[in-house]
Write a protein that binds this ligand. Structure first.
Ligand SMILES: Nc1ncnc2c1ncn2[C@@H]1O[C@H](COP(=O)(O)OP(=O)(O)O)[C@@H](O)[C@H]1O
Ligand SMILES: [Mg+2]
Length: 269
């Protein structure tokens, strides 16, 4: 049975009537967006910011899913709602309506205290400008993060895994931008999180260094089974992803599953 007849049959069973074409299209679209991604579920998420008298709808109606171990790229122009989406997923912001689920737990229902735990144990965050503690060494930055976790990885081991075995005792100011971002990635990974969220992780890096960081993130999803979500405005890098989620004006426009993602070294932009 094709998807349309399947939906039609289910609908008749449930509601006893046939769906009209318009509704059919909407249901098919919703099913398409969810397309077998069930580890991370974002369902009809709306987010409105109130600024003085003005309401700003950062997310209008965003629906998508991501599977465990996937590398997903969320792509869209500036102002599309990408950061809002990632912050909600990371428990750093709340939503106006809709549902967000990670690994069967509904984040959108959590209390402030539960969200604190969620950020602490389940989420690793990588920011555009690294956000390292300047007066701590690379090793100390990573160790600090692991002190608040349940099953952290070994900090030194994690730094070696991102290629910084010989820079552990350097302060951030003694490291290049690319190396600082590696420390930030090690810090997020050492928490052993369920989800690694990266907001424009190469935004402050030069072309080649940016490529190396993306390669590191791709390897991480491939080899360690970490679920990684990268936000970018750069459409060119989307062939590296298992799943590409396109966002525009606060809506998910399109979700494409890539059956054969390419190594970042093969992508030029
Ligand atoms: N804290 C906030 N208060 C008010 N408006 C916000 C806030 N955060 C984001 N916005 C607005 O929501 C929209 C989406 O922003 P954002 O999620 O940062 O987009 P992107 O990351 O894709 O550039 C923009 O119009 C932005 O100005
Ligand atoms: Mg942003």
């Amino acid at each position: 049975m094709d998807r349309e007849s399947q939906i039609q049959t289910e609908f008749i069973e449930k509601y006893g009537s046939v769906i009209d074409e318009d509704m059919m299209e909407k249901l098919a679209e919703a099913a398409q967006h969810r397309k077998d991604g069930d580890y991370v579920v974002f369902e009809n998420v709306r987010k409105v910011y109130h600024v003085g008298e003005v309401d700003i709808e950062a997310l209008a109606d965003a629906t998508f899913g991501v599977n465990k171990g996937e590398l997903a790229v969320v792509v869209g122009e500036s102002g599309a709602g990408k950061t809002t989406l990632l912050n909600i997923l990371g428990g750093m912001d709340t939503l106006t309506s809709g549902r967000v689920i990670l690994d069967g737990k509904e984040i959108s229902k959590m209390s402030m205290r539960e969200l604190t735990e969620y950020r602490r144990y389940d989420i690793g965050f990588v920011f555009q400008f690294y956000n390292l503690v300047q007066n701590l060494t690379a090793l100390e930055n990573v160790s600090l993060a692991t002190q608040i976790c349940k099953n952290p990885l070994d900090p030194a081991e994690t730094l070696r895994a991102v290629g910084l075995g010989d820079r552990m005792n350097n302060f951030p100011g003694q490291l290049s931008g690319g190396e600082q971002q590696r420390v930030a990635i090690a810090r997020a990974l050492a928490k052993n999180p369920k989800l690694l969220l990266c907001d424009e992780p190469t935004g402050a890096l030069d072309y080649n260094t940016g490529k190396q960081i993306l390669q590191l993130l791709q390897d991480q999803a491939r080899n360690s089974g970490t679920t990684v979500i990268i936000i970018t405005h750069n459409k060119a890098i989307t062939p590296m992803a298992d799943r590409v989620i396109s966002v525009r004006s606060g809506r998910v426009q399109d979700v494409v599953v890539n059956s054969s993602p390419v190594p970042i070294s093969e992508i030029e932009w």
